[in-house]
Each structure stands twice: as C-alpha cells, then as structure tokens.
Design a protein around this ligand. Structure first.
Ligand code: AMP
Length: 535
C-alpha cells in the first residue's frame, strides 16, 4: 500500500507519494493544482467545501469559513461554531486532510490510509498531538508527524545525494509562520541541530501592510470617503493586497484600481515601497536566523554549506538579497511549496518499511520497480530531530525566605530537564529533587513545556502540559530526595518517571496532552466521515 506525505500548511496544503520509479511526486487536486488552500467552507449541515472554492466563499459567508486554522492547533480553549455545531481545530483540519486524501486517492487509484503529516519544527507536544488527532479524525493512519524543515532537507537530499557531512539551513517563510532550522546531513543520517521560529510571523503580516498602504492611498485620492466599514470592499482589498505582493516578486511595480462609493482610485505600489514598508518584518526573520546560526556554531557547526528556501513568501527576491547582505548566506530555492510534502512522502516510505511487516526494502523494491539496493538506500535513512522546546518540572525556590516558613507560598520556577534542541531520542536520566515539608503526603509532579521563544525558568514563560501525584511514605522528613526523569522518543512522545527511593513508590506519567480523548476522536471521525467533502 502506498504511503503518503502531507504538508498541512497554514495557508496551503499539499500531498505527495513516491511513484513507481522511486521519485516523490505531488498528487494534484480536483482542479489540477499541486497545492490546495487550507480553507474550509461549511456550506450547509453535512456538507463542506475545501480549497480555492472555499476561499472564494469567504466573501459571501465569512462566518461559515475557517482559515489559518493551523495557528490554533493544540489550543483547547477555542472552538468555532458553524450551523450551530462547535468544531475544534483538529476537526476543521481533518476536513482538509480528507479532501487531500480523496484527491490523491483519485489520482493513484488506491485509497489513502498511511500518512506522515508535517508540522513546524517548533510545534510543542500539544500541537503535534492535535495534528495526529486531526489525521485520525480524517480516518487516516498517521505513521508519524515530521518536522517540516527535515522534510524539506529529505527532499533536497534525494535530488542531490552527496558524501561527507553537510550542514543545511532551511529558511521557511509561509503564509502564517516562520521557522529556520540547521540540519546535519551525513550519508543516510539526517539530524536537526537546532531550530528557531515565530508562530505568528508570515505572509499575512506582509498583506496587512499592503492593505494599510492601499487604504491610505485611497483616502488621499478620494478624501471624505471611508470604505473601512464596507465588508465587501475590505475583502476585495485583502485579496488584492496579496495579489500585489505576489506580483511584485516578478514585477517592479503593480497598479490596482479601488472602487468605492462611485469613486475610483488608482493605486500603484513599487517593489521598493513594499520592501521598505515590510523591512522590519523581514529583519525579524533574519534576527531569528542569525540566532539559530549562532546556536549551531555553539554546537560546532563551522559552516553552513547550503541554504534552502521553503514557503511561498521566499519567492520575494528581497529574502535572498537580505540573507546574502546581512548574514552572508547564499540561498537557493528548492520547490518552495512542494518540497515539504515530497520529503514527507519519502519519510512515509521509511516509516512504513520500519513498522510494517511486508513493508521491508524487498517489498518496496518490488512495488516501486527499483533495485533492492536502491530501496535499501531509501529506507535506511535515519532521521533525528530535536526537542523543539525545553521540558521540565515546577519546583519551589528554596532561596525564597518564605520557603522556610510557608513553602506552599514560596516562589516557584521551572527547571528544564530536557533543554530545547536536545537530540531525540532523549533521556534526562534521574534528576534529584526534594520534598518541601515534614510528613508530606504526596508530591505534585507537574510537567511544563517552554512556551515559544527563549528559554526561561519563569513559570509564565512555560505551560503546564501534564501533572500527576507521587504518593509518599509516612514520616518522610522535609528535603527528602525524589528522583524524576524525562524521556522523549523519536516521535516526540514524552514519558515522565518519578520515584521516591526509600519506599520505591513510583509515578509514571501518562502524559495528558489535553484536547480530545479517544472516544471524542472516534465520535469526531464518524461525524467527519458523514460529511460530503468537495473542492
Ligand atoms: P505557504 O504557507 O508556504 O503556502 O506560503 C503562502 C504564502 O506565500 C502566502 O502569504 C502567499 O501570499 C505567499 N506567496 C505565494 N506566492 C508568492 C509570490 N510569488 N511572491 C510573494 N509571496 C508569495
């Protein structure tokens, strides 16, 4: 059975598979496009539309359209209501996945079941788990979730295999998110060295600046008219602004006519103006890139051999120019919108080979019509990723004067047992902590994950992702030892073990990553399957 790779993007999504010559190819959607807008239109109860047609419906019925849902993945406090029914980010994403699977199924003539879905490298455990759930709700068997930059590097490497050690920097600027990752390639071994990014920095921010510019130009030319309350005008303007931005990647100037209240304004924008108005946004991506390269240096990466640009926004020539001018990095574009899905398809094959009986190199060679040695090379690849954000436990500060008198009210902070960028699989080994008071009946073990950005021990810079209680034996004096260890496997799953050495009492944390439980996933799957999904 063919395994598929899915790039579930915030603005566009793409699905690919490895064809019978061993090459990754993208499956086109129902209207022949390689990418599908990640937009869902809840047309009527029981029927949803996904893709370009859904995006166009945003004008007629914005309250029935879900866009940029990836930014909400993993959040438990949001639900969107359409036709009186609440939808979680996972369920909305599941509709996109179903549409992609249907298209690919039509093209390949076999149903899509086994998939690898990509996620930004800095997605935390909640977001990753939500992505897996979206796949399961869509009725898919999610072999794994894979970091987008690793997928891009896999696809790049499959086209330019080379010996020796190479370091690649992936710069990925998409519609809603930015990330950059340094990856080490050595033969079949691919490992992320370090990563950085901003979940809320992407093409949409550029579009906003263009909208503002065009509005100002309109008001200058047509004083006394205020079109900002007109929903249709603002919608057209938003779509027009994105078009202007995209056209300016090839043209040096672009003109648009804005019509409102019987007046027409002719607004010209030059590439230079666009670059000037958005320079601070681009510089933010370069700040993050610089930090990531610096982190790689500290990890003994002397040179960056190759810079790969991913994401639609990297079609802007200024991205390459500024990477060269400011950081001395010479970048090449490598199928910016398809590379991630293709890399995921290659990885899906690797995962299938390692997990499924009948999925070994011989079977894959047979199926793809390639030699056994070629298949062995393809399936031998090993991929190592890193802990995207630090994980730790919350402890009371023994240096706080309150600790002696009222430890329950002392300052608390987070100790990261696994710092960000630790290679996976990772194991902290046993780390010792202490009880706070005499006769403490139990220890509350809380697992905290660093929020996006720099590592900090402040509780507010971390988020609690799981908690459990370790029962303690009677008459234990204050400051008795407790051991805690954290382990994360290759797929990013975290297990926590806590132990009181005297009694041998143990706590193995079943990580409650929140979101839906199994019953809810299965109910959502049934509900999604009952919908008619079209594009
Ligand atoms: P992605 O999330 O990788 O699909 O990237 C989508 C983003 O890339 C959107 O903000 C698009 O407006 C932007 N984009 C696509 N094509 C171009 C282009 N030719 N020039 C500039 N931006 C583009």
């Amino acid at each position: 059975m063919t395994a598929f790779g899915i790039d579930l993007g915030s603005t566009n999504s793409c699905i690919a598979y490895v064809d019978d010559t061993g090459h990754p190819v993208v499956a086109r959607n129902a209207i022949g496009r390689e990418t599908t807008p990640s937009v869902v239109y809840f047309e009527k109860p029981g029927s949803v539309v996904v893709g370009g047609a859904a995006r166009n419906s945003a004008l007629l019925a914005p309250h029935l359209v879900a866009e940029r849902i990836k930014r909400e993945m993993g959040r438990e406090d949001v639900a969107f209501t359409y036709h009186g029914e609440a939808r979680t980010p996972e369920t909305i994403s599941a509709f996109i996945l179903r549409e992609l699977a249907q298209s690919a199924g039509r093209q390949t003539g076999e149903p899509v079941r086994d998939v690898v879905i990509t996620v930004p490298a800095y997605f935390g455990v909640r977001e990753r788990e939500a992505t897996r759930k979206a796949g399961r709700i869509a009725g898919l068997n999610v072999l794994d979730v894979l970091d987008e930059p690793i997928a891009a590097a896999l696809s790049y490497q499959s086209r330019r295999p080379s010996g020796g050690v190479r370091h690649v920097l992936v710069y990925d600027l998409g519609g809603g998110t930015f990330d950059t990752t340094v990856i080490r390639l050595e033969g079949d071994d691919i490992r992320a060295v370090c990563t950085g990014g901003d979940l809320r920095l992407g093409g949409a921010d550029w579009d906003e600046r263009v909208v503002r510019y065009m509005l100002e130009a309109f008001t200058r030319q047509c004083p006394g008219l205020d079109p900002t309350a007109d929903e249709q005008f603002m919608h057209d303007l938003a779509i027009g602004a994105e078009v202007v931005k995209m056209e300016l990647s090839s043209a040096l100037a672009w003109t648009r006519h804005l019509r409102f209240g019987g007046a027409t304004a002719e607004v010209e924008m030059t590439r230079a103006t666009l670059e000037e108005l958005t320079a601070d946004l681009l510089e933010r991506t370069l700040d993050i890139t610089e930090k990531t390269v610096g982190e790689a240096r500290r990890r003994k990466v002397e040179t960056i051999d190759e810079v790969i640009l991913v994401g639609g926004m990297t079609k802007m020539p200024v991205v390459r120019e500024r990477l060269r001018e400011r950081l001395g990095l010479e970048a090449r574009r490598h199928e910016p919108e398809l590379a991630v899905a293709k890399g995921a398809a290659l990885f899906a094959l690797v995962r299938q080979a390692s997990r499924e009986p009948g999925g070994g190199p011989e079977e894959i060679a047979d199926r793809l019509g390639i030699s056994a040695s070629e298949a062995a090379v393809m399936t031998r690849r090993s991929v190592t990723t890193v802990v995207p954000r630090g994980f730790g436990v919350r402890v009371a500060d023994q240096n706080d004067p309150l600790f002696a008198t009222d430890p329950g009210r002392a300052r608390t902070y987070v100790i990261h047992l696994l710092p960000a960028n630790t290679p996976l699989p990772a194991d902290s080994g046993a780390v010792s902590f202490a009880t706070s008071i005499d006769n403490q009946p139990m220890a509350e073990v809380e697992v905290w994950e660093q929020k996006e950005g720099t590592s900090s021990d402040e509780v507010s810079d971390n988020a609690c992702v799981a908690r459990g209680r370790l029962r303690l034996p009677p008459r234990l004096p204050a400051l008795s030892r407790l051991d805690v260890s954290f382990a994360v496997d290759e797929t990013g799953r975290l297990t926590v073990h806590a132990e009181e050495p005297m009694s041998g009492n143990e706590l193995d944390l079943e990580l409650q990553i929140g979101g839906m439980d199994e019953a809810a996933v299965s109910a959502a799957r049934t509900a999604v399957a009952r919908h008619d999904v079209s594009s």
